[in-house]
Design a protein around this ligand. Structure first.
Ligand code: HXC
Length: 516
């Protein structure tokens, strides 16, 4: 081939690659309310920053007439670009090419990208839309998944990995995302499942449609598989850009600093009265978080799952931190199976990527119930303990009201390597609440009393006075400092200023046994 001819050939092949599965399938994709893989990459990355690799890779399968169905790129686009000027690796599966199905060649391309991303120390973003292992390729696609999963695991905790589910995602195409740090789903058009409605109907007789089985809401609010839900594809990709603004590019870096004009010494007088006088009255912990951190910086993760606790990123005097908080306005901020998983996973992410963890505690303890016990709340709750103790990043707790029993130990105690344990004057650090304690301590007296209700009220008042405050714990030095709520921001800023250079090592080991 002359130079001129080979140049034309390259242009032709590139043009073919840009056509994906062809105009008809692209029209079908658009008609279904979805963008093409290339349109998605353009929306995600800084304009003009994308540079592709593997454009011409194609499969070599000849069974099932596949020799006539070869497309340059083989249904996945891989390459690099920038987001807000920072380097990222990105792949996007092209549903217009054989349903984005995962082939041996797709495995080669994505695995190569992930190897390069890990070695360069830059985040990987996957825009996923795929019918799973390419059926025509048999074992080749399956083995390919093995290669990809291996790389997902090896890169875990080294570089951030984010998956955006942008259409049907079946079989193996959901397990690679499940091994990544964050999953974003698009409402209405994306769904994820291991076995689909038809197989389920055959095996169990249950009838369910794609959205009911694995739509964005289901995986955000019920299964906890996904972390974010976006109203459309554009919003999903904007969300990824925002998420990345909090994350370091790899585990050797600190999260990016974002200068703020929010004064570090800003007092917050309204916090002095935010905790209601009546113990059974709720307040919104989100108001506390929004008031304390740099204005508008709270970025909640898994907002729809286990809303009795909140987790997310925020900034304090420009430095990104991880925030964990009970939400007293939902189930009194109780801990249960799902909230334990949510907290433990988030704390581990923070520890892996150098985010100090700040925990706001208002929690009556673990949720009582047969379902919870039989569902393994012991095992799940243990994950919180494990994650907090294992974490060597700076950890600060602020008890705003209840810190009963396990909640005190797990979320805020210095004995579990919390660096600084703070409490508001409204804090109640105790084994349990007043009524429960009195009924156990004074069972006999109450049974014999002429007016048990009056006596119980008297004991409850005594218990409240003696036990339900932060001062006993402060006197015993289990709380480092009781602070005025209005001082919370300035205290946290100063504490982090000290702790930022904290060094703590765990004993050498291959790995511990996280109670999964
Ligand atoms: C090859 C596939 C494919 C696959 C879809 N296609 N999935 N080709 N291998 N796995 C092709 C279709 O034949 C079709 O080609 C095109 O992609 C679009 O698919 P449609 O069915 O028309 O789209 P839609 O109606 O939107 O349905 C999407 C879908 C469905 C729900 C994903 O295609 C489907 O159920 N696919 C099979 C899912 C599955 O069981 N995968 C194997 C998983 S096993 P044409 O040419 O007609 O446009 C696996 C191994 C790991 O992944 C398991 C770990 C747990």
């Amino acid at each position: 081939m002359s130079d001129r001819k080979s140049l034309l050939r390259l242009r032709e092949l590139r043009e073919q690659a840009h056509q994906g599965g062809g105009p008809e399938r692209i029209a079908k994709q658009h008609a279904a309310g979805k963008l093409t893989a290339r349109e998605r990459i353009d929306l995600l990355l800084d304009p003009g920053s994308f540079h592709e690799i593997g454009t011409l890779a194609a499969h070599h399968v000849t069974d099932f007439g596949m020799e006539k169905r070869r497309y340059p790129g083989d249904g996945v686009i891989t390459g690099f670009g920038t987001i807000d000027g920072r380097r990222v690796a990105v792949y996007a599966q092209d549903f217009t090419v054989l349903g984005g199905s995962f082939s041996e060649m797709q495995a080669n391309k994505i695995s190569r990208l992930l190897d390069l991303a890990r070695e360069a120390g830059i985040p990987l973003i996957g825009l996923v839309e795929s019918g799973g292992a390419r059926i025509q390729e048999g074992v080749r696609g399956l083995a390919g998944y093995g290669r990809l999963f291996t790389r997902n695991v090896l890169a875990s905790g080294v570089i951030p990995q984010i998956s955006v589910m942008m259409g049907p995602c079946a079989g193996g195409s959901v397990y690679s995302p499940a091994l990544t740090d964050f999953i974003v789903m698009v409402e209405g058009t994306s769904y994820m499942f291991i076995t689909g409605p038809e197989v389920i109907k055959t095996v169990t007789g249950e009838e369910v449609d794609f959205q009911q089985l694995g739509g964005a809401y289901v995986h955000n609010a019920r299964s906890g598989v996904a972390h974010f839900m976006a109203s459309d594809e554009k919003a999903a990709l904007a969300l990824v850009r925002e998420l990345l603004s909090y994350l370091p590019s790899n585990n050797a870096e600190d999260p990016p600093y974002a200068p703020t004009d929010d004064a570090p010494d800003r007092l917050i007088p309204e916090l002095n009265t935010i905790v209601p006088e009546r113990e059974d009255e709720a307040y919104d912990m989100r108001d506390v978080i929004n008031a304390v951190f740099d204005r508008g910086s709270f970025f909640e993760v898994q907002p729809h799952f286990a809303p009795n606790v909140m987790v997310g990123f925020a900034r304090l005097d420009g430095h990104a931190v991880g925030v964990v908080a009970n939400q007293p306005s939902y189930l009194a901020g109780v801990l249960d199976i799902d909230s334990s998983d949510k907290i433990a996973r988030f704390v581990r992410f923070c520890d892996a990527f150098n985010f100090p963890v700040i925990t706001f505690v208002d929690c009556p303890g673990f949720l009582p119930g047969v379902d919870q016990e039989h569902g393994g709340v012991i095992r799940h709750g243990a994950k919180i303990i494990y994650a907090y103790v294992e974490a060597t990043v700076p950890k600060i707790s602020v008890v705003t009201r209840k810190a009963y029993g396990g909640a005190y130990i797990a979320l805020s105690s210095k004995e579990m390597r919390t660096d600084l344990a703070l409490a508001w004057p409204t804090a109640q650090i105790a084994t349990m609440g007043a009524e429960g304690a009195v009924r156990i301590l004074y069972r006999k007296e109450l049974a014999q009393a002429e007016d048990p209700q009056a006596l119980e009220a008297q004991f409850v008042a005594e218990y409240r006075e003696k036990v339900l405050n932060p001062f006993v714990a402060a006197e015993l030095n289990y709380i480092d400092e009781v602070i005025e709520p209005q001082e919370t921001r300035v205290r946290l800023v100063k504490a982090l200023h000290v702790l930022r250079t904290k060094v703590q090592e765990n004993p050498p080991k291959k790995h511990g046994l996280m109670p999964v």
